[in-house]
Design a protein around this ligand. Sequence first.
Ligand code: GDP
Ligand code: IMO
Ligand code: MG
Length: 422
Amino acid sequence: MKIDVLLGLQWGDEGKGKVVDVLAPRYDIIARFQGGPNAGHTLIFNNKKYVLHLIPSGIFRPETINVIGNGVVLDPVIFSKEMEQINKTGIYLEERLYISEKTHLILPTHRTIDMASEKLKGKTKIGSTLKGIGPAYADKISRNGLRVGDINKPYFEKKYLELKKLHLKQLELFDLDFDIEKYEKEWFNGIETLKRFKFINSEKFFNDAMIEGKKILAEGAQGTLLDINSGTYPFVTSSTTTSAGVCTGLGVAPNKIGEIFGIFKAYTTRVGNGPFPTELINETGVKLRKIGHEFGATTGRERRCGWLDLTALKYAVQINGVTQLVMTKADVLCGFKNFKVATAYNINGNILDYMPYDIENEVKPEYKKFKAWNGTLDNITESKKFPIELKEYIKFIEKEVNVPITIISTGPDRTHIVMNNE
Ligand code: GDP
Ligand code: IMO
Ligand code: MG
């Protein structure tokens, strides 16, 4: 059995959490392979809303085991809060959530360094979620990090204090007032909470599970355009958000990857700074934000909104090896008479159909206009009942990108999902 993957093709918030929750009953194991509490994955069912930051989105499906993989960076404080919320729903998380012993820990001082670094950058800041993601991955790469597997070792506190000391030295370079004492206390309580969970050797766990025929879905966080290598650097996150990250983030070989579900919104959003060629800095953008409720699930910030960018989508499909597309928020475009899609980039009169090194200033998207569909998609359960305009939009994207759109999400609830079998 191979590992399937579901990951974002844009700048995050494509609706990964919702669709993973929908697909979870088909799988035995759901695993996060990268990112950390910068993620905010929203699930809505039975009139209740849950936002998950670290815990995989299969957790509400009782048949599934959920795993935090070694490519993730984990903040014990945020983890504990999330755990308490889920435990309140009657789910005994400790039995169904495993954590890789190689998962790196986000320290209180990582958050402070994140803040200091953004403050220093001023206007050129990334727009980080300030959860300490960048500094935690930096320590991982520079071989200073603390891992979940260290927690039960006798040297844990000593190693923590050494790393904290190093961070405090670094922080002397910045002009920042900070107090980590309260957070540090919560952090150590969080470490005690973590000890209640099963720490696993993720390479062995996943490879054994595949031999046993278990079905596994890897859940991406962020999106392809936020990838550290292939995204709009430096306005990216610090992990490998693409399908390649599944191999390192879980400990499995590339030939063990099966279906790759690439998820995208029927338009585009972005939170934080960085280039966004199809951004609508006008009333239409405001309308998209309003109808699509485009506010960050982690920070509450307004999401920047714009039309679908096919150049970026094709790029994302290619570098991930996407085998099936999932389109979300099709319902949001009902609120418009017409909408547009960018089919290419025009750079000083040259038409490009691929992503150039720099998409900051000179890119002017070439647009194709579409007539929007009328009325609600709420009660549609079969793709053949979709309005003709939506069917045409789906066919157009499939033809351009050359990958089938197999799932369409028509609203935020678990039930708002249509399998495309046209
Ligand atoms: P994720 O980070 O990719 O899991 O996405 P987020 O949860 O951050 O953002 C997606 C937002 O869109 C959430 O508020 C979801 O409840 C909502 N959502 C997901 N799919 C749909 C959809 O098809 N239509 C509408 N209107 N909302 C959706
Ligand atoms: P999900 O999983 C949208 C953005 C931040 C910022 C940049 C770097 O919910 O799709 P970081 O905190 O990693 O240093 O921030 O990346 N970002 C996200 N944007 N969805 C996310 O996750 C994001 N995680 C990080 O806004 O621009
Ligand atoms: Mg999100």
